[in-house]
Ligand binder design. Structure first.
Ligand SMILES: Nc1ncnc2c1ncn2[C@@H]1O[C@H](COP(=O)(O)OP(=O)(O)O)[C@@H](O)[C@H]1O
Ligand SMILES: [Mg+2]
Ligand SMILES: [Zn+2]
Length: 541
């Protein structure tokens, strides 16, 4: 006999066997017993919580010739016929599959015919939020005036994507995440039937990893049993722990490292191992969500459960990425999932990752925000603290009377003076250069400049730039500085910088060699210089 995966083999056949959803099963049983049948049911809730299972039970129950306590008898010819497919009046449609639309069309055509054997023709439409607009509208018309002998059971994981017009026509049932205890109990029951030993701890660990979904729990158990007929904590850890999620860590690393080659290689490998691309996409989303929660919450573990060693790895990855970067990636993954419905799923996923790994392709406002975030990470600012520190120092050293300590004000070093490539390097300029850090988005700025004037852009050929406080220091040819002296050119350059960084920088030249050439200054000069840099006017002695 062919091996049947556990979650199929142990799909409950009657409401009383469904775990942890009494608000659904008891209600339905009571109504069925009272002879009340709706024309449209909506089952919502996360994956693997029993929606499809209950839809199938219900499809038998409304037609069963010998209802038992609101449960189908599973013995009568109708129950048996539905099960073995000889009674054709129960139709399952997966709206997520490619032929979803066609199925809906033929459904609507045939819905008006009376059922062949059963009392009701039952349409189970899974993942109904995935229907295209046209299919949806067609369905809506039928839902408005359903034929007497038709029952619809709609299933969805994303109820917020359904139109109110659909919601208002259905009797809605919300499936909850199943508690770890309930899942663990079910796992132990399955193991008993399968003649497999399982430790209590191990069952609970699987249950927490499955995060409320029975299907995932049973899949993990399946893999564990594949390794060992004695399921211990250790076995679970090896099977379902980080090992199983390495590719998610690696994919997110590729986003962080802007390494599209690596991302494409990983996707290709998973694809060749027949990984479902949509599933992969939502797994990446899930993983990114965990990173987001870690970055924003003090106790993220209340919102998701992972084994300890995976938490350590997640923490490290969360620390290495910016929040804007993570949220942007989540955005792109969601869009990607949407697009996958109508396109080649693998190509969509590849495109999404190439985009994520090449931010220069992305000129949206969000992208700009991310660049600022990246920039701020690299920029040692003169903080408010540093300013106060220097002020205190100046007071202590008695360099100037307290009452004349002015507020931080702009130094007279202007955009004009340094731009005019003067040979002398002022103290201010030198200290700016000392604090400068390379500005990596300079090529992007040059691209912007090119849009405005190719000539100006070519003058900046081979140039580079540094950020120091609110200055952008440019290292380039004399020709470049010549051009910069013209007000309109300068404005364009500043505009280009603004469009990339979102900040208004003052411009200046970067003259590292000259700055370094200056000899050691004496300590008091250094102090005065620091004070000046901090914007304090110091009376020179
Ligand atoms: N509430 C539940 N009680 C017992 N088993 C369940 C339950 N929910 C899901 N399962 C198991 O998971 C499998 C998939 O469940 P399914 O009903 O298809 O989930 P979905 O909510 O995604 O439609 C079932 O075959 C069954 O083995
Ligand atoms: Mg389902
Ligand atoms: Zn029956």
């Amino acid at each position: 006999m062919a091996y049947q995966v556990l979650y199929r083999k142990y799909r409950p056949q009657s409401f009383k066997d469904v775990v942890g959803q009494p608000q659904v099963t008891l209600t339905l049983q009571n109504e069925l017993q009272a002879g009340r049948v709706s024309h449209a049911y909506l089952f919502t809730g996360s994956r693997g919580t029993g929606k499809t299972t209950c839809a199938r039970i219900l499809s038998k129950a409304v037609n069963c010739l010998d209802l038992q306590n609101g449960d189908p008898c599973l013995q009568c010819e109708i129950c048996k016929g539905i099960e073995n497919g000889s009674v054709m009046d129960v139709v399952e449609i997966d709206a997520a599959s490619n032929n979803g639309v066609d199925s809906i069309r033929s459904l609507i055509e045939e819905a008006s015919f009376t059922p062949s054997k059963a009392k009701y023709r039952v349409y189970i439409i899974d993942e109904v939020h995935m229907l295209s607009d046209s299919a949806f509208n067609a369905l809506l018309k039928t839902l408005e005036e359903p034929p007497e002998h038709v029952v619809f059971i709609l299933g969805t994981t994303e109820v917020h994507r359904l139109l109110p017009t659909i919601l208002s026509r259905c009797q809605r049932f919300d499936f909850k995440r199943i508690t770890p205890i309930e899942i663990a109990e079910r796992l132990k029951y399955v193991c008993e039937c399968e003649n497999v030993e399982i430790e209590d701890d191990a069952a609970l660990l699987i249950a927490t990893i499955a995060d409320g979904g029975m299907r995932d729990a049973l899949s993990i158990l399946d893999q564990c049993i594949g390794r060992s007929r004695k399921v211990t904590n250790e076995v679970v850890r090896d099977t379902a722990g980080i090992v199983g999620r390495d590719h998610l860590f690696n994919l997110c690393d590729s986003i962080k490292d802007k390494d599209s080659t690596k991302a494409l290689e990983i996707i290709n490998e998973l694809y060749s191992n027949s990984k479902d691309m949509m599933k992969l996409c939502s797994e990446v989303s899930d993983h990114l969500r965990k990173l987001m929660l870690i970055k924003t919450m003090k106790k993220p573990e209340v919102l998701f459960t992972v084994p300890q060693d995976e938490m350590v790895k997640l923490n490290a990855q969360a620390m290495s990425m910016g929040l804007a970067e993570i949220i942007n990636a989540m955005d792109l993954m969601r869009d990607c999932l949407d697009k996958m419905r109508f396109a080649n799923q693998r190509i969509e996923l590849e495109m999404a990752f190439v985009r994520l790994c090449a931010p220069e392709m992305d000129t949206s406002m969000d992208a700009i925000l991310r660049r600022i975030e990246a920039l701020e990470k690299n920029r040692p600012l003169v903080t408010e603290n540093a300013v106060t520190e220097i002020k205190e120092k100046v007071k202590e050293e008695g360099l100037m009377p307290k009452e004349t300590l002015p507020e931080k004000k702009e130094e007279p070093i202007t955009e004009e003076s340094p731009v005019s490539a003067a040979p002398a390097v002022s103290d201010k300029e030198r200290s700016l250069i000392e604090k400068a850090v390379p500005f990596n988005e300079w090529p992007e700025v040059l691209n912007k400049i090119k849009e405005y004037s190719r000539a100006t852009a070519s003058a900046f050929h081979n140039s580079s730039a540094y950020v120091s406080g609110d200055y952008m220091l440019i290292e380039g040819s004399d020709l470049a500085f010549e051009l910069l002296r013209k007000g309109s050119n300068k404005d364009k350059v500043r505009e280009a910088i603004f469009s990339v960084t979102g900040r208004n920088f003052r411009l200046g030249p970067y003259r590292a060699a000259k700055a370094q050439a200056k000899e050691e200054e004496n300590p008091i000069d250094a102090l005065v210089r620091k004070a000046k840099d901090a914007g304090i006017t110091v009376t020179e002695h």
